[in-house]
Design a protein. Structure first.
Length: 365
């Protein structure tokens, strides 16, 4: 405290005045006021740090990500911006005083309402409070996208993760042909508790083992495939295309029916998600030139299914690939409202495309 006082400009001014001959009483008066202020400030920080519980209005839990390389000031400011703490100043001071401002752990956090600044500081800096971290793999993500998230949230290497997802010993456990070169399609989408010291290889194993448990060892799924004399690998290819096309559960089996109809008619699938997989980086909107990219995965060029799955699909998409809806549709196009319009011939398809384009143009106005 004394060192802090001596470094304070106000204290230095008082010392200068005293040295210039001002009465000792005036000096003591200034010193007492300044000491009282510092005591008040310390008391305020202690009160705000340990006893003041901040409650946000809706009371819902809040997710917060700390990424590798972010500094303490940036993190604290973002906590304030997201209304998790009431004041960035108090937490910054507390971090400095405790020496925890350089001990922040990169991961995803879930904060609850009614926490003190000290609670927040301890949570983001004390590894002993948790032994694992939440990591979510969303349905339909490609291996390279999962790797990117692993790099962003777990501090792992994206390239190393992609490399480990081509692990021959794990691929061999699938019992598929030697043509399978990657675990694309076989990393189960879910939210996981992974160890803090997880490696790229360890993460791949966790996701793959969950797939084996939920899909490969699922008698309902495997018995249905066997009963219908379907090829398991082809089912996974189709399931990944379905996943790439829609998140609407009530459309999945209908879309499966469209693609099986096209295969029976010896038509190209012309599935946009296969083009997105063929491109170096994912694009939300494809261009005409993209549809002609040279790749064995581009179903605008090749006939039939691609060489392998194009993402990691959900259980519902796998079931849709096994149980397609019976109909005569061979085309579908987005409605612009989250769903699709299905048609049986090209003329009706063009009409549906025109309706979609007009709707998109209207929305841009």
């Amino acid at each position: 405290m004394l060192n802090n006082l001596l470094q304070n400009n106000a204290v230095l001014n008082i010392v200068r005045k005293f040295s210039a001959g001002e009465p000792k009483k005036v000096f003591l008066k200034y010193l007492i006021i300044l000491s009282a202020f510092n005591i008040f400030l310390c008391g305020f920080i202690v009160q705000q740090s340990m006893f003041s519980k901040y409650k946000w209005k809706d009371g819902k839990d809040k997710e917060f990500d700390i990424r590798p390389g972010e500094n303490f000031s940036e993190i604290v400011q973002e906590l304030k911006n997201k209304d998790i703490i009431p004041s960035a100043f108090v937490l910054k001071v507390l971090g400095k005083l405790t020496g925890k401002d350089d001990k922040v752990i990169s991961r995803r956090y879930i904060f609850k309402t009614g926490m003190t600044n000290l609670d927040v500081l301890n949570i983001i800096t004390d590894a002993s409070l948790f032994q694992s971290v939440k990591f979510t793999v969303n349905e339909g993500l490609m291996i390279k996208q999962i790797g990117k998230n692993a790099e962003k949230y777990l501090g792992l290497s994206r390239d190393k993760f992609i490399e480990e997802a081509s692990n021959d010993s794990l691929i061999a456990l699938l019992g598929l042909s030697d043509s399978v070169k990657s675990l694309e399609g076989f990393l189960y989408p879910d939210t996981y508790d992974v160890p803090l010291d997880i490696t790229e290889k360890g993460l791949v194993k966790i996701l793959f083992n969950e797939f084996r448990k939920k899909v490969f060892n699922n008698s309902e799924i495997m018995d249905s495939i066997a009963a219908k004399k379907m090829n398991f690998y082809n089912v996974m290819k189709m399931a990944s295309i379905i996943e790439g096309e829609t998140r609407k559960e009530d459309e999945k089996s209908r879309i499966a029916g469209v693609y099986y109809n096209r295969i029976r008619k010896n038509m190209k699938l012309e599935a946009d998600p296969t083009v997105q997989y063929a491109l170096p980086e994912f694009k939300k909107r494809l261009t005409y030139d993209d549809l002609h990219v040279k790749s064995p995965y581009n179903t605008y060029i090749i006939k039939g299914l691609p060489p392998g799955p194009i993402n990691n699909p959900s259980i519902s998409s796998i079931k849709a690939a096994i149980n397609p809806e019976s109909h005569n549709y061979i085309f579908f196009v987005a409605t612009g409202e989250g769903g699709h319009t299905f048609t049986e011939n090209y003329a009706d398809h063009l009409k549906a495309v025109d309706v979609y384009r007009k709707k998109m143009a209207q929305q841009k106005k």
